[in-house]
Ligand binder design. Structure first.
Ligand SMILES: NC(=O)c1ccc[n+]([C@@H]2O[C@H](COP(=O)([O-])OP(=O)(O)OC[C@H]3O[C@@H](n4cnc5c(N)ncnc54)[C@H](OP(=O)(O)O)[C@@H]3O)[C@@H](O)[C@H]2O)c1
Length: 223
């Protein structure tokens, strides 16, 4: 038995789905608990699905003996409709999860932020991500891992113009992402998931921030 038990929020998303698949594979994690608001459709002997109303996330009690909490939650302004609703998903919920992890002394907390996260940014999205990062760093988490990917690539049920355009550009003119622009290279959701799993298993104490470049490198190491 590995002793590793993961809780994943955002398990039905682009990165979350890939992450859950990776965590269920192999022997590193003996149980994977997913926190969802709708059925995930994933069936696996090691999987436990906790369906909740996220408005009541505060009342949700973390299961005992978690070793890792992964937060892959996120939305878009288009989907959320208002800035307040966006902030709930991209700031309030991740921070609430981190506070629960802190209270229970869970060893590792891993969260997806974004490239350009900056609490002083004039761009609402980047500012929200930056504010989340700052709030998380103020907690007394044992191991805090923050991932800052560039645009994500992968199959979605919905159409996202920015991501689709980036995917086309990355395919047609790959040389665009060299030299000083290398850091902007879009990153497949699967690669982010892999970097998260690797960091989770490395563990450690303190704050670890992974740039999009770091995430790409972790993906390359795996291959
Ligand atoms: N897209 C990009 O290019 C990009 C770039 C850099 C960073 N990021 C960040 O990377 C993270 C993961 O992105 P992703 O594309 O994998 O996300 P995604 O596919 O949009 O999935 C988001 C996850 O959050 C859940 N969620 C959304 N709204 C919710 C709500 N109101 N209550 C409860 N759960 C909710 C979704 O659940 P349902 O399935 O139930 O909706 C889903 O599991 C996000 O934080 C995002 O900001 C994205």
């Amino acid at each position: 038995m590995s002793g590793n038990i993961a809780l994943v929020a955002g398990a039905t998303g682009l990165v979350g789905k890939e992450l859950v698949e990776l965590l269920l594979k192999g022997k590193e994690f003996e149980k994977v608990i997913i926190l969802t608001r709708k059925p995930s459709g994933i069936k696996h002997a090691k999987l436990e699905e906790h369906r909740i109303d996220f408005h009541e996330l505060e009342d949700y009690r973390f299961p005992q003996d978690l070793s890792h909490v992964f937060c892959c939650l996120g939305t878009t302004i288009k989907k959320a409709k208002t800035k307040e609703a966006f902030r709930k998903v991209d700031f309030d919920y991740p921070l609430l999860l981190a506070k629960k992890a802190e209270q229970q002394g869970i060893p590792q907390f891993l969260v997806i932020s974004a490239m350009g996260a900056d609490e002083k940014s004039s761009v609402f999205y980047s500012r929200t991500k930056g504010e989340l990062e700052s709030a998380l760093k103020k907690l007394r988490l044992k191991g805090l891992h923050i991932f800052q990917p560039s645009l994500l690539l992968g199959k979605r049920d919905e159409f996202r113009l920015g991501e689709s355009a980036a995917a086309v550009v990355a395919r047609m003119v790959p040389f665009l992402f060299f030299g000083p622009f290398k850091k902007y290279k879009p990153v497949p959701g699967k690669v982010v998931a892999s970097a998260m799993k690797q960091a989770a298993l490395k563990g450690g104490q303190g704050v670890f921030v992974y740039s999009s470049d770091d995430i790409h490198k972790a993906g390359a190491e795996r291959e």
